[in-house]
Design a binder for this molecule. Sequence first.
Ligand code: ADP
Ligand code: MG
Length: 322
Amino acid sequence: MSTQPLMPHEEPDHEAPHVPAVEIDAAAFAEALPVKEPVAANRPMGPTGRPMPVIPEPAPRESHGNARIIAMCNQKGGVGKTTTTINLGASLAELGRKVLLVDFDPQGSLTVGLGVNPYDITTSVYNLVMDRGVTLDDAVVKTGVPGLDLVPSNIDLSAAEVQLVSEVAREQVLARALAPAIEEYDFVIIDCQPSLGLLTVNALTAAHGVIVPMEAEFFALRGVAMLVETIQKVQDRLNPELEIDGLVATMFDARTVHSREVVARLVEAFEDKVFHTAINRTVRFPETTVAGEPITTFASTSGGAYSYRQLAKEVLWRCPGT
Ligand code: ADP
Ligand code: MG
């Protein structure tokens, strides 16, 4: 474990942005954006072009249970679903929440990112959803972070998509498998695969809320309509209670107009559903994957760790009772 004495927003960031960087006058840019929610005067401008509200310190939990199930969902790959699942989960655990992360991607990136070898798993999420005799307890493994548990996955899960087609109530198998977790945990976060297929529909059917990570980059906005349509279909047909908990901008580069413009478009379209917290682009995240641990323990004082802790507080603030 290595920690760097870096303060938030002071970390080096050598990655080239997707479009040529242009220096902007942040204040003038912020002025051009409509402010749609009343926030106390004199608040500094946040990364999403809105005044940053004061996000309250979450109250401690007296007991555990009544979990909120969140699907981390975006059919695009490489947008930060897995990174957000690990680090939001670890940050919620730091805040005293009991958290279960569910790897629901056959690629097993969440599993690897938490230091578990996908080839060493005896009981994976595939067994949990496909084998009647397997219970949640059989599939749960502890991680190195206190309060953070994992249901691991590996390539076996890719068979489930095909096998489920002929099942009765094929959209509800994950919801059924995760039902016992609700009593035990405060949060269950499902890391979805990059598609809107049956596995993702299962995650949306099991969930109370969806979080959509979006890369702050031009092409990110493509496909959002399709994602929203899928969420609406699931709401109409399978899970009327499903809510969009929020969209979170990832790989954000505050120094480029481009990043800010993409986020401004998001705020125009989704207004308050866009989290005030944005996650900066930094090479520390790929490093944590290799280390097999969250950034909150790998580089505890880095800007990335700070951002995910803030996102966790914003989630607790936005979801009453959590
Ligand atoms: P997804 O699960 O949506 O496919 P990942 O979370 O696996 O996306 O992220 C894709 C790649 O981008 C990974 O190598 C990850 O380490 C890296 N990454 C994620 N978030 C950031 C970030 N904020 N800055 C830089 N790299 C990031
Ligand atoms: Mg992933």
